[in-house]
Each structure stands twice: as C-alpha cells, then as structure tokens.
Design a protein around this ligand. Structure first.
Ligand SMILES: *Cc1c(COP(=O)(O)O)cnc(C)c1O
Ligand code: SF4
Length: 349
C-alpha cells in the first residue's frame, strides 16, 4: 500500500487536466481505437454533455465498446428514450416540502445532517447521474451566504455535507473559505465531502487541500464514488494515501448498474481494492428511476443474488449497505431480503 506523505503533482495540474478532458464522443472513441461507424446508437450531440478526463480515459480498455468505465461515460441514443416510471426528479428534491425548503442550495432531509449544493459542475459526466436534470440555476449554488446563515441558526445540525455537482471543483481558496466558515459554527462537528474527484481527477488532492483538511476543527469524512475496480490505480492510491495521512476518514459509495458492475465478483473485488487504498465501502445504491437511464436499471430481484453472494464472500466491514433513496424518507432505506435460513426455519416448524 502506498502511503506517501506528499503528493507528486503541481497545484495547477488538475485544472489543466480538466481543460484537456474529452468533451466530444468522436474524440474519445478515436483515442480508444473504436471506429464510430462500428458503434450503433451513440449520441454525438447529447443534451447532457460528454465529459471525461484523460486520466480516466487511460483506464478504459482500448477497442472495447463494452468496457465498464466507458459505459459510465459514453452518451447513447437510448438516453433519449422515454420509459414509463422514469422521471426527471425521482427523489423530488425540487419539491418544496420533500426537498429544498426556504434556503436555496440547502437540502435538509435527514436529522442532524444538511446537504449543501456547492457547485453544479462535475469533472466527469456519469450517464446514470440522478442529478443530470437538476435545475441548479434555481438553487443558486454560488450563494453560500444564505445557506451558511441557515446552518448557523439551526443548532440541531451536527454535520454539513458538501455535495454538488462536485464540491472539490471549488478551488483551494474557495474550499478554504467554506471550511473556515463552517468551522466557525460551534454546533457543527463534522464536515463530509461527497466527491468523485479522488477517483476521476486524483490530481485535485493538492498539498494545500490536504493541509486544509488536516487542520480543520471539524472532523472530515470524504465519501468517494467508485463503481468498478478498474477505476482504481496507482494515482488514486497516491491521492487517497495523502488524504488518509491527513486523518481524513475515507468511505466509498457505488451505484449498482446493469452492464457495469452487476455481478458479485466485480463488486467484491472493488471492496477489496478500496480497502487496499484505505477506503471502506459505505453504500451500494439501487439505481434511481431517472429519465434516460432505464438501460442501467436493475430491480430488487436482480440485485438480490448479487448482494447475497457478496455477503457470503466478504467480511462484514467490506460489505457496503445496499440502499435506495425514497422521496420523503427519514433516511436511506435498506433493501432487505428475507434471509434464507429464516425461511428454512419457518418451513420446518
Ligand atoms: C444521502 C443524503 C444524506 C446523507 O445520508 P447518510 O445516510 O448520513 O449518508 C443527507 N442528506 C441528503 C439530502 C441525502 O440525500
Ligand atoms: S460525479 Fe456524481 S454528481 Fe457528477 S455526474 Fe457523476 S454521479 Fe453525477
């Protein structure tokens, strides 16, 4: 395991990496030696733009249109299909009562925790994203002032979750200001950052960011987002090692996705590689019914054998919790399957 004290990259590397990311399906396919004529059903001008950093594209297998990383990022015509039950805002986050209340950019659904939308942007556009249709402009993510005021007034809040988009797309100055502002609120004990950047743009883990997180008053948790073991490499190990060295608690959430990670072998390997890189599995999310993502969807019956095989093969602490989010729920809902033994027991009574 690599646990470097210092990271090897320049503080501006991540910004230039982002500038040079793939934004055109054709350019990405050319780089991967996949003839676009050979590929049916690619959307060359998607509404939800293609965006793939080069470092992520390097982890995609050349010539393989079925590659599980490529499938997460390549825009397809099937995204334009209407499927009954698949809607723009399945979690009803845009609903005044279930989602955003009085404060733009603040989502207070669960006790003691509040989620702050920091920036609408991401460093990668995941095709299955449940926020792909999110009306960010209505929620003025840039105006953090009102959100901070609301958190200051509500002393029941123990944890502030920075979300987005991807909060680590804020630059170091912006992050520093925000962490200081939250640190100044005595009743807040924890800051949690939900970010895919340590996976898709590990160069974001600059020395300044690491020392900011190391010296914050609040305890820092970083929840990364990796769906497949091929996403983890030497560079992610290095970035994650730096964060661990700074005392940051590292967790991972994944989404269960058809054709990407819907088998137990892939997901157990992911758990084990995450642990090698200092990260504990946290959640495995059932996919949400987001318009344009029906081709990734799995139902409970399909998820059950995968999750049961994971439970058989992994130590308990490497088994992510299988959950789904329901609009208006008081917490993420565990997906519970009837344990086999209990059924046998009942049958024999
Ligand atoms: C997922 C989520 C949280 C965090 O839930 P945990 O179970 O604590 O990880 C908080 N607020 C919102 C709106 C969420 O969607
Ligand atoms: S990084 Fe997260 S928020 Fe951004 S597109 Fe991917 S899933 Fe959506």
């Amino acid at each position: 395991m690599i646990t470097p004290k210092h990271n090897p990259w320049h503080p501006n590397d991540w910004q230039s990496e982002l500038k040079h990311a793939f934004r055109q399906p054709i350019a990405l396919l050319e780089y991967l030696n996949i003839a676009d004529t050979a590929v049916n059903g690619i959307d060359l001008q998607p509404d939800f733009a293609l965006l793939v950093p080069r470092g992520y594209a390097q982890r995609i297998e050349r010539g393989n249109i079925q590659d599980p990383l490529l499938r997460q990022v390549l825009s397809l015509q099937s995204e334009n299909e209407q499927t009954p039950g698949f809607v723009v805002d399945p979690l009803q986050e845009d609903d005044a009562e279930l989602g955003y209340g009085q404060t733009p950019g603040l989502l207070h659904k669960y006790q003691g925790r509040v989620l702050m939308i920091t920036t609408p942007a991401c460093a990668i556009n995941c095709r299955y994203c449940f926020r792909r249709h999110f009306p960010y402009t209505d929620h003025k993510p840039k105006d953090q002032h009102l959100a901070l005021q609301a958190i200051a007034k509500d002393t029941s809040i123990r944890e502030v979750i920075l979300s987005g988009g991807d909060p680590l797309l804020m630059n170091d100055a912006g992050m520093t200001q925000l962490v200081r502002d939250i640190d100044a609120l005595d009743h807040v004990k924890r800051i949690r950052i939900h970010s895919r950047l340590p996976i898709v743009l590990p160069e974001r883990v600059t020395a300044d960011l690491v020392s900011l997180l190391e010296n914050a008053r609040c305890k820092i948790t970083l929840v990364i987002h990796s769906n497949h073991p091929n996403e983890l490499n030497e560079t992610t190990a290095r970035a994650l090692g730096c964060l661990r060295g700074a005392g940051v608690t590292l967790l991972n959430q994944s989404v269960l996705l058809k054709g990407i990670n819907d088998d137990a072998h892939t997901l157990t390997t992911l758990s084990e590689l995450l642990f090698d890189q200092g990260v504990l599995p946290y959640y495995l999310h059932m996919p949400d019914k987001v318009m344009g993502t029906a081709h990734f969807y799995l139902d409970d019956l399909e998820a059950q054998p995968i999750y049961e095989a994971m439970r058989e093969q992994l130590p308990g602490y490497l088994l992510p919790r299988l959950v789904r989010e329901l609009p208006g729920g008081i917490a993420k809902s565990p997906v519970n399957f009837e344990p086999k033994q209990a059924l046998n027991f009942q049958a024999s009574v």
